[in-house]
Design a protein around this ligand. Structure first.
Ligand code: PHE
Length: 342
């Protein structure tokens, strides 16, 4: 019996040593110490022993049981520690591994150009103003000295929203002149109003039914054409360099008198004529003029006291010149291969 007990002990220790998970230990515990276990089976034979052997074997059996129990506990703790170790290793976070970088977008080239223009005008004391794209015909035309029947109001050029022609998608940012005068009321007024405008144009390299303008308006006592010229020259030179050459050409707009168009000398050929400027040597940049007295009067500003100038810049054209983009469509298509270049 003694040998049997010794054998049970040594086999138990070996099995416990080899156990790989706590489930294995539980299985072993039942097999070794349970009611139907090996040790119990041996103990059941105690009755057959002589009275003097019985206590000796009993003691031995108990010590074997205690040894197995102790070994079980040790192995249990070891396996739990190993499991925790493995779990920690698997879940470990290496803070020194470089992160996944998220692609970062950037400003659209047209908005880069717009922000540059805004900076320049803010530096000259202008206030930035925005207004509705769905506009009253009264603001887009009538109050801009463009009465009913004027060809500019034709249905073939303008997206009207209402059958009676009273509401439309603004064809220019000039209604912001009216809105600025009505909102600010008392000169001095110095505003810059960028935004979308709409015209019934087919899409090509230089046209789009939706494009952007920047409207400028200055009203104060004693404002003259010289102020207009100086302001626009400052803009062009800050945008395109001190050596840019600007040209003022007489033109006509219903809401300015006198009116002009402003060209800048072609950056490619410097006036000689090339494909970029269509052989002209000059690139048209904006329309401008002195605010018509009728427009001032209609907004409650006395033209005998105050005068002012206004201008409207095509923003796409400005961005195209700034970044030497040859086709207007590139600005709207948002092809990332194009956009990434800026
Ligand atoms: N609104 C005019 C256009 O769209 C431009 C302009 C603005 C002209 C302000 C004079 C004064 O062509």
């Amino acid at each position: 019996m003694k040998e049997q007990l010794e054998k049970i002990k040594s086999q138990a220790f070996e099995a416990l040593e080899q156990a790989k998970a706590s489930a294995d230990l539980e299985e072993l515990r039942v097999r070794l110490l349970g009611k139907k276990g090996e040790l119990t089976a041996v103990l059941k034979m105690m009755g057959k022993l002589s009275p003097e052997d019985r206590p000796v074997m009993g003691q031995l059996a108990n010590s074997v049981r205690a040894a197995i129990e102790e070994k079980l506990e040790t192995r249990k703790a070891e396996l739990a520690a190993a499991a925790l170790e493995a779990k920690l290793a698997a879940e470990a976070l290496d803070v020194t591994v470089p992160g996944t970088s998220r692609p970062l977008g950037h400003k659209h080239p047209m908005y880069i150009a717009l922000d540059e223009a805004k900076e320049i005008f803010i530096g000259m004391g202008f206030q930035i103003l925005e207004g509705p794209e769905v506009e009253l015909a009264e603001y887009n035309f009538t109050k801009l000295n463009t009465e009913e029947g004027h060809p500019a109001r034709d249905w073939s050029d303008t997206f009207y929203i209402k059958e009676d022609s009273s509401i439309l998608l603004r064809t220019q940012t000039s209604p912001m002149q009216i809105r600025a005068m009505e909102a600010i009321k008392h000169p001095p007024i110095r505003i810059l109003a960028p935004g979308r405008v709409y015209r019934k144009d087919e899409v090509d390299a230089t046209h789009s039914p939706m494009f952007h303008q920047i409207e400028g308006l200055v009203i104060d006592k004693g404002i003259t054409m010289a102020d207009l010229k100086g302001t626009l020259e400052t803009l062009v030179k800050s945008l395109y360099g001190e050596d840019s050459v600007v040209r003022f050409r007489p033109h006509h707009f219903p809401f300015t008198e006198p009116s002009c168009e402003v060209d800048v000398q072609c950056f490619k050929c410097h006036g000689a004529g090339c494909p970029t400027c269509k052989g002209e040597g000059w690139i048209e940049l904006l329309g401008a003029g002195m605010v018509h007295p009728k427009v001032l009067e209609g907004c409650g500003i006395d033209p005998r006291v105050y005068s002012g100038f206004a201008f409207g810049i095509g923003l796409e054209r400005m961005a195209m010149r700034r970044f030497q983009i040859s086709d207007l469509r590139l600005i709207f298509e948002n092809d990332v291969r194009f956009l990434r270049q800026f």
